[in-house]
Design a binder for this molecule. Structure first.
Ligand code: RVP
Length: 500
């Protein structure tokens, strides 16, 4: 006879935290959000890889490119570069994060000299950046011919067909410097010449980096940034259970800090084979997370297989239709609560602490605090990060509002069949994800800053200054549907409601 779980599976929206006593020492600025990313043994001085904030970005084409990875590492979290691309392209993204020098930006807005004013405006809309490098071949490291900035054109007076070569600031009039210039020297040149950006070129005149005036202050502000021993940003990458023998060595060569098997369902022999291959070849030196699971058995299977962290969640992602198409999954809150208990049980038995990650289904910022309170060590977010400037997708204006594109790995657009692979056909047989828009939300630094402040404040309401303390002290209650209505604004006439 089939097994029936006694309790219904619940999601974050069905819970609230009940405040505990907060002393005067409990202020948001005093809260530490440090959290382990990979497993460690009881008594070990420190976890081999710790994050400064409990946030990682989803292993998705529409979320985790190198630009987002750098922005998130600056805030103290980790991105997992998407694996649904060629081995070379994924390794190149990892390498770009690892070689990123603070303040030295690889130009993301580049055009050939034959491009037109219309192309400049289109690129500006897409990237949100107004400085465009004009290189011989239109690539970020091509031979630099000039720069186009907003002051170089007047949309009202010029033809959209005007080639950029006619209005760019050409090399002979441009202030630029050699690639060996230090950040301090670059900033001095920017100030002395009253310019907004400084291109750095190599001996052959190829563009290497841009240094921007507006970035200068932000480099001094990132107190939480997550760096490795060589002062490069920490970055993760997704792998699959098919081509790991080629992908893993290439990612390690590129300098990746941590890997994660990206799969919609992780309680499978394919995952244990993949981890075994990594352990055989690299021992414990290479860190690899696995998942996703939603119960104790799944957790124990991956723990015994040797996973360094375990991801929790099936079917809760905002773009995910797995529950609709296949009828499998579990409410995210229930899954996290059960797997956290399994993690604690395993720790008691073995002295090995395996961090768990709540993946998918975070709608409101407070859901992150709930996930942490329920035992997650960190959360993985797709929709949340897709909204920011730094995600790799287009920004568009629809019905007067800005949106960004966001699509699932199981959608026809991403066609990430390896994520859903059960050892059968090497193609996506049916869709488990959708293609969508999410409201544009500005810069990652601003968005994450606000979210973290809310998490810290709630933790103070619960009398907790660290995540383990929150997990120990949190008191949670299931809420009725009427009390959910009570939780929003109600029985008032909202001033800015367009329906009024
Ligand atoms: P969300 O943050 O709710 O947008 O969810 C992101 C998560 O959804 C990912 O980390 C992944 O686990 C899952 N995902 C990604 N693609 C798909 C799909 O196409 N079904 N699901």
């Amino acid at each position: 006879m089939a097994y029936y779980f006694e309790e219904p599976s619940r999601t974050f929206g069905e819970y609230l935290l009940v405040p505990g006593y907060s002393s005067s020492a409990c202020v948001p600025d005093a809260v530490s959000l440090k959290t382990p990313l990979v497993k460690y043994r009881k008594g070990e001085e420190e976890c081999p890889l710790t994050m400064n904030i409990p946030m990682v970005s989803a292993i998705m084409q529409s979320v985790s490119g190198d630009r987002l990875a750098i922005a998130l590492a600056k805030q103290g979290g980790v991105s997992f570069i998407y694996g649904s691309q060629s081995v070379e392209d994924e390794a190149a993204m990892v390498a770009r994060v690892k070689s990123y020098k603070k303040g030295f930006v690889t130009s993301d807005s580049n055009l050939k000299p034959t491009a037109t004013l219309a192309d400049v405006l289109e690129l500006k809309e897409k990237t949100g950046h107004s400085t465009v490098a004009i290189t011989e071949d239109g690539t970020p490291n091509g031979k630099l011919l000039g720069i186009v900035a907003s002051r170089d054109y007047r949309v009202s007076r010029m033809s959209m067909d005007e080639p950029v070569a006619n209005f760019m600031t050409p090399m002979e009039k441009l202030v630029y410097a050699p690639e060996t210039t230090t950040l301090k020297e670059a900033n001095d040149i920017i100030w002395d010449n009253k310019i907004n950006s400084l291109p750095l070129v190599d001996a052959e005149g190829h563009l290497k980096y841009m240094v921007f005036r507006k970035d200068y202050d932000s480099h001094k502000e990132n107190v939480n940034e997550l760096l490795d021993a060589n002062k490069s940003y920490v970055v993760g990458a997704g792998i699959n259970t098919r081509d790991y023998a080629e992908r893993v060595p290439a990612l390690i060569e590129a300098g990746v800090d941590v890997l994660c098997i990206d799969s919609s369902e992780g309680f499978s022999e394919w995952q244990s084979r993949t981890i075994a291959w990594i352990r055989e070849r690299y021992g414990d030196k290479v860190k690899v997370g696995a998942g996703n699971v939603v119960d104790r058995e799944g957790f124990r299977f991956l723990a015994q297989a040797g996973a360094d962290f375990i991801k929790v969640g099936i079917g809760g992602g905002s773009i995910c239709i797995t529950r609709e198409t296949k009828g499998i999954g579990r409410g995210q809150a229930t899954a996290v609560i059960e797997v956290a208990a399994a993690r604690d049980e395993y720790y008691k038995e073995t002295g090995i602490y395996i961090p768990i990650c709540s993946d998918g289904g975070i709608v409101h910022d407070y859901h992150m605090t709930l996930a942490l309170a329920m035992g997650a060590d960190f959360v993985m977010l797709g929709r949340y990060f897709a909204r920011f400037d730094e995600s790799p997708t287009n920004k568009l204006r629809i019905n007067g509002s800005y949106v960004k594109e966001y699509w699932g790995e199981g959608s026809n657009r991403a066609r990430n069949w390896q994520r859903y692979d059960l050892g059968g056909a090497t193609k996506l047989s049916f869709e488990e994800g959708v293609d969508s828009y999410v409201p544009y939300a500005g810069s990652l630094a601003d968005g994450v800053g606000t979210t973290l402040y809310k998490i810290r404040s709630t933790m103070c309401n619960c009398g907790a200054l660290t995540i383990p303390e929150l997990q120990e002290k949190a008191r949670l209650t299931v809420v009725s549907s009427t009390s959910i209505v009570e939780g929003g604004s109600h029985d008032v006439i909202l001033k800015n409601n367009p329906n009024n």
